[in-house]
Design a protein around this ligand. Structure first.
Ligand code: 1CP
Length: 346
């Protein structure tokens, strides 16, 4: 099978498919036994940098859940390390021992060559292709400049990302310098993933929704647009996910139309009817079951899955997904029940 004919790629290109394809955002991870076993023996970044193990973890959801795509196992913070930040993953999430403190720190950051500095990610893509042998497409990804700036300035996960939020008003020129460098890095990084064989790429702006409405335009949407434009002509569908952007759907739809972005991921806060009205069939839509719904009793879960499929049934390019990543204590059987209901829906 050519990847162009796969269910997922057809849906992303808004061509009719016999059923709704499904893959999950952050589908690998702590709820899966194979992942837990490997993580018990391997540091997170070492896992990202060992293509054979990373490929094994990437394809585990395919084997356990029978999803329609593999998302490569890596993390959005990988390119920040290549830029010069010291990234570590502790029990409470990622942290950086040298967060950016002033303009000089930003000036010395590299715009790395993606193959030289993060070639292991391209090796993971090739190793995944070897394992899936054309059965499903392989999805690459990167973090958007605003989300990556949040971590680079804060140094750790945060409820507020105050260091980045403050820079918007205190020294926007410094923030733009940082975001320009990240944007150039991400464009080259995603292009290298496509060259290595990624059949679609997703851009995550997980913290875009925390910005004020003007700051959203200038710091989230503007840089997402730059990256989407920078990928123009790369030959694979581009998926844009900006979490918490329900108040900005009109602006996102306008950008998507102007740039020709193939697909938008919806978070669970966005009512499907609203997304359908605003986006129409300008792009494929991916979403948006709340990840928490996977804790519902199984009959209730099946009902919610059907309800969501009903809501999107007239859209030519719906891809079933969660509104955000799978939560660590999620029972694997419930995820399987969700996939089963999608497969049996007609
Ligand atoms: O299967 C997959 O989906 C592939 C792997 C994947 C992806 C797409 C991982 C592995 N991370 C990501 C993207 C990512 N990483 C995002 C964007 C998507 C989102 O909004 O969830 C973000 C914000 C991160 C940053 C990150 N990495 C966090 C969040 C910290 C915070 O600020 O709250 C955490 C906890 C990680 C670690 C991580 N990355 C991936 C996994 C499986 C884990 C858990 C590591 C572990 O404890 O074993």
């Amino acid at each position: 099978m050519s990847h162009e004919d796969s269910l997922l790629i057809r849906a992303l290109r808004r061509q009719p498919t016999e059923r709704t394809p499904v893959w999950f955002m952050r589908q690998a991870g702590r709820y899966l036994p194979g992942y837990q076993k490997i993580r018990g023996e391997t540091d997170f970044l070492d896992l990202c940098k060992t293509p054979d193990l990373a490929a094994e973890v990437s394809v585990e959801p395919l084997e356990v859940l029978d999803v329609d795509a593999v998302i490569i196992f890596s993390d959005i913070l990988v390119p920040l390390e290549a830029m010069g930040l010291k990234v570590e993953f502790g029990d409470s999430g990622p942290c950086m021992s040298n967060p950016l403190r002033d303009r000089a720190d930003i000036e010395v950051l590299n715009i790395p060559d993606p193959v030289e500095s993060t070639g292991f990610v391209m090796d993971v893509i090739r190793a995944v292709h070897e394992r899936v042998q054309g059965k499903v497409p392989v999805i690459g990804f990167a973090g958007a400049p605003w989300t990556l700036s949040c971590y680079a300035l804060e140094g750790s996960p945060s409820r507020t990302f105050a260091a980045a939020q403050r820079l918007i008003y205190e020294s926007p020129g410094d923030l733009h310098l940082l975001m320009e460098k990240i944007a150039d890095t991400v464009i080259a990084y995603l292009r290298a993933q496509v060259e290595a064989g990624a059949n679609a790429v997703q851009l995550f702006d997980s913290w875009g929704g925390m910005l004020g409405h003007e700051a959203f335009d200038e710091f989230s949407l503007h840089y997402c647009r730059r990256i989407m434009e920078g990928l123009d002509g790369c030959g694979v569908p581009r998926i844009l996910f900006i979490r918490g952007a329900g108040n900005h759907l009109d602006k996102i739809a306008k950008m998507v139309e102007e740039v020709g972005v193939e697909a938008v991921g919806l978070d669970e806060m966005t009512p499907p009817e609203q997304a359908l009205t605003i986006f129409g069939d300008r792009c494929a839509l991916q979403g948006n079951l709340p990840p928490q719904a996977l804790f519902a009793p199984q009959e209730e879960l099946r009902r919610r899955v059907r309800e969501l499929l009903d809501a999107f049934k007239d859209h030519p390019g719906h891809v079933f997904n969660l509104g955000h990543g799978i939560l660590p204590p999620t029972p694997v059987e419930n995820v399987q029940v969700g996939v089963d209901e999608i497969r049996n829906y007609s």
